[in-house]
Ligand binder design. Sequence first.
Ligand SMILES: Nc1nc2c([nH]c(=O)n2[C@H]2C[C@H](O)[C@@H](COP(=O)(O)OP(=O)(O)OP(=O)(O)O)O2)c(=O)[nH]1
Length: 132
Amino acid sequence: MNERIVVGAALYDDGRLLAARRSAPPELAGGWELPGGKVEPGERCEDALARELREELGVEAEILERVPGQWPLAKGYALRVYRARLVSGVAEPLEDHDELRWLAPDQVWSVPWLAADVPAVTAALGQPHSAH
Ligand SMILES: Nc1nc2c([nH]c(=O)n2[C@H]2C[C@H](O)[C@@H](COP(=O)(O)OP(=O)(O)OP(=O)(O)O)O2)c(=O)[nH]1
C-alpha cells in the first residue's frame, strides 16, 4: 500500500478536546489542527500517533478507536483520526505548535481549524464520547 497517511488525535481530557495551533509551514501557520503527524514506513497508525503526541506535546495517551473516514491533505497525504485519552503529562506546544487549547463541547468551533480538519473534527464529534 502506497498511501501517505497523517494521523491526528481527537485527544480528550475531562470532556475537553485538544486543539493545537500550527507554527509552520507558513501556509498552515495560525490554523488549528488535531495534533499528530506522518506515519513512518512500517509503523502502525496507533503507534505513530502515540509517538507524535509524545514528541509534540510531551504526553502519554491511550489511543482508542478510529473515527470512520479519511480526509485529503496536501501532497497526496490523507488524514485519519483516532479518538484518544490523556493518560499522563501536561500538554505543551513542544514542536510544530505555538498554542494549545482544551475546548469544552461548546467551544469546539471557537478556533479557526485548518480546512481538512473541519470534516475530521465534525466526524470525531459525531461519535459517542466514550473517551470523556
Ligand atoms: N498532524 C496534523 N497534520 C495536519 C492536520 N491537518 C493538516 O492539514 N495537516 C497537515 C500538516 C502537515 O503538512 C501534515 C502533517 O505533517 P506534520 O508536520 O504534522 O508531521 P510530522 O511531525 O511527521 O512532520 P515531518 O517532520 O515529517 O514534516 O499534514 C491535522 O489535523 N493534524
